[in-house]
Design a protein around this ligand. Structure first.
Ligand SMILES: Nc1nc2c(ncn2[C@@H]2O[C@H](COP(=O)(O)OP(=O)(O)OP(=O)(O)O)[C@@H](O)[C@H]2O)c(=O)[nH]1
Length: 351
């Protein structure tokens, strides 16, 4: 269900929908444009659909469509069928600081219409702006929204539609974590990546490992042990430190515009005061591995580095297969197009 781009590349489409001022544009700016959350206060209302390609890494590659809140996208002149047909994930943003009755009915309408067109869409509900709420209040709101949304679906006999819920805010890491989970569902190689990470950590005495897209700080895969928010935040902070230090001290003196602050030599080791070591290493131009391990396991750094070398090679192979598949798809569609053109030519010819 992924549309092919002009280059023949597979680009899943991610739609950002929700009522006006729910925070859609802010989410996109903070996650993909490094805008600081405070600056979003001055964002203008979106008046038309904004399409943007996010292809910062070899694995994270999709098109994000930001919808203006006030648009009536069930207007007959608006081709929603075409839009939903090529959609991988639909993120519906609900402002948790506002009354959400209207948002819920809009969510129901959107989800049911979209499901009819394309039952393969992943429906993701961001209960957003939770920064103003206490922990108890957050859980309570999430429970209430989840209950009402499922009741609405049950009333319409559409229980089979699965909605995933996330508590998000642009003022902390929750929005990055939620986006990571959404994006992961769109990566067909995810089970392979997880498997490789599992093998890597179990053979290296590592407790937890993440594969990060460095630019967006979305983690595209992790091993199968559970993720806690603090660990994820530490990884994000570490990436920031590495990139900042490299920007200041790591660029070529003669011409800092040449080269990137992140390259194949990028790596960092941070020793925390609780006998944990955090180790970051470059995997590809866009990806980094960040892992957590005990100080005593880090004594076998040689072994870890060797295993990492094998891991990196395996990732490269996964990537090569993907490139090969895309090349074949491109060839196939070119062939189909030229066949069609020939057929049309024959049809138009009276001989
Ligand atoms: N407290 C808080 N405010 C937020 C958060 N995210 C966005 N906002 C604020 O919400 C307001 C609306 O954000 P926008 O991103 O413009 O909302 P939108 O959904 O794109 O709005 P339209 O373009 O009108 O559809 C802005 O003032 C943001 O600063 C959040 O996580 N917490």
């Amino acid at each position: 269900f992924f549309p092919l781009g002009l280059s023949g590349e597979v680009k899943p489409r991610v739609l950002l929908m929700g009522l006006r001022r729910s925070g859609k544009s802010s989410i996109q700016k903070v996650v993909f444009h490094k805008m600081s959350p405070n600056e979003t206060l001055f964002l203008e209302s979106t008046n038309k659909i904004c399409r943007e390609d996010v292809s910062s890494s070899s694995f994270v590659s999709f098109q994000i469509w930001d919808f203006p809140g006030q648009i009536d996208f069930f207007d007959p002149t608006f081709d929603y069928e075409m839009i939903f047909r090529g959609t991988g994930a639909l993120i519906f943003v609900i402002d948790s600081q506002d009354d959400y009755v209207e948002a819920l009915s809009r969510l129901h309408l959107t989800v049911t219409r979209a499901y009819k067109v394309n039952p393969d869409i992943h429906f993701e509900v961001f209960i957003h702006k939770v920064d103003g709420l206490s922990d108890d209040h957050k859980i309570e709101k999430q429970g209430d929204i989840r209950r009402r949304a499922s009741d609405d679906l049950a009333d319409a006999r559409l229980e089979r539609i699965h909605l995933s819920f996330y508590l998000t805010s642009i003022y902390d890491h929750s929005i990055f974590e939620a986006f990571s989970k959404v994006v992961q569902k769109l990566i067909p190689q995810l089970p392979t990546l997880e498997n490789l990470l599992n093998i890597f950590i179990s053979n290296s005495g590592i407790e937890k490992a993440f594969l990060f897209d460095v630019v967006s700080k979305i983690y595209i895969a992790t091993d199968s042990s559970p993720v806690d928010m603090q660990t994820y935040e530490l990884c994000c902070d570490m990436i920031d430190v590495v990139i900042d230090i490299s920007c200041i001290y790591g660029l070529a003196e003669e011409d800092p515009a040449v080269g990137s602050p992140y390259d194949k030599d990028s790596m960092a080791i941070i020793r925390l005061n609780n006998t944990t070591v955090v180790y970051l290493k470059e995997v590809t131009k866009f990806l980094a591995m960040v892992c957590f391990l005990r100080e005593e396991s880090f004594e076998r750094k040689g072994l870890i580095d060797y295993n990492f070398h094998c891991f990196r090679k395996a990732i490269q192979e996964v990537f090569d297969v993907r490139v090969e598949v895309q090349k074949n798809r491109k060839l196939l569609s070119q062939r189909r197009r030229s066949k069609q053109a020939t057929a049309n030519g024959v049809a138009g010819n009276p001989h």
